[in-house]
Design a binder for this molecule. Structure first.
Ligand SMILES: [Zn+2]
Ligand SMILES: [Zn+2]
Length: 220
C-alpha cells in the first residue's frame, strides 16, 4: 500500500477512523423520550411529542453530531471516503447489540437521483449494508425513492423542514407489507425526513417503522 490510511480525526496511520477516536463519540444515553429519542430528565414523552406526535413508531440515535463524529461524517459524505462506512457501521451495530429495535428489514433513507449521481453513493445505504451484515438483517436498497429534490434541511426552520420533505418519498415495494421496517440515516435533525419516509412506508402497509441514525443534532 503506497498510502496507508490515516485517521480522519487524529491523523494516526492504520485506519480511516481509529478505535481511540471512535471511543470519543458522545453516545446518546437514556433517559430519552420513548418516541422521538430526545434526551430528557426522565423516560416521559417530550413536550413536542405530547403536542404533535410523530407517526413514526420511534427514533433512536447512536451519538451526538459533535466533535469527532461530526468530522467523520463530513469526510464520509463529502470526501468520497466510502470505507468510513466500516468503522461508522461498527458504532451503529455496537449500539444495536445493546439496544435493539423492532426490525425485520432495513431501508436506508434515499437520496434524490441527482444528488446520488453527483456524490456517487448514498452514505445511508453504505451504513445500512454494514449494519445488515453485522446483525443479519436484509437491506432493501431500492424500496424507497426520493421523488422530489429537496433543499438541504440544515438551512430551514422546523416548519419549513416539514413542508420541504412532504410527499418527497415514494415506496412501491409491496413486499414491505406487514414488515417491521428499520430506517437508517446518518444524521437526525428534526425528524421531518424520517417522518416523511415512514408515511411512505406505511402507505404500502409496513407494520411498524422505527429509525436509527448514526448521529443526532444536539439542539433538537
Ligand atoms: Zn484517530
Ligand atoms: Zn419526543
Amino acid at each position: 500500500m503506497l498510502f496507508p490510511p490515516r485517521c480522519v480525526s487524529c491523523r494516526e496511520r492504520g485506519s480511516l477512523l481509529c478505535a481511540k477516536c471512535r471511543d470519543e463519540f458522545e453516545l446518546v444515553e437514556p433517559p430519552l423520550c420513548p418516541h422521538c429519542g430526545r434526551p430528557m430528565v426522565s423516560d416521559r414523552l417530550c413536550p413536542l411529542c405530547q403536542r404533535e406526535p410523530l407517526q413514526i413508531d420511534g427514533i433512536r440515535s447512536v451519538a451526538y453530531f459533535d466533535g469527532t463524529l461530526r468530522e467523520a461524517i463530513h469526510h464520509f459524505k463529502y470526501y468520497n471516503l466510502q470505507d468510513l462506512a466500516i468503522p461508522l457501521g461498527k458504532s451503529t451495530s455496537d449500539y444495536w447489540k445493546k439496544s435493539p429495535l423492532p426490525a425485520e428489514i432495513i431501508v436506508p433513507v434515499p437520496l434524490h437521483i441527482d444528488r446520488l449521481r453527483e456524490r456517487g453513493y448514498n452514505q445511508a445505504t453504505l451504513l445500512a449494508r454494514e449494519l445488515g451484515k453485522s446483525i443479519g438483517l436484509p437491506v432493501s436498497e431500492n424500496s424507497l425513492v426520493r421523488v422530489r429534490a429537496t433543499r438541504p434541511q440544515v438551512d430551514l426552520k422546523a416548519q419549513e423542514r416539514k413542508e420541504n420533505v412532504r410527499d418527497a418519498f415514494r415506496c412501491s415495494n409491496m413486499g414491505l407489507m406487514e414488515k417491521r421496517v428499520l430506517l437508517i440515516d446518518d444524521v437526525y435533525t428534526t425528524g421531518a425526513t424520517l417522518e416523511a419516509c415512514s408515511i411512505a412506508l406505511r402507505q404500502v402497509g409496513a407494520r411498524s417503522v422505527w429509525a436509527l441514525t448514526l448521529a443526532r443534532a444536539r439542539s433538537w
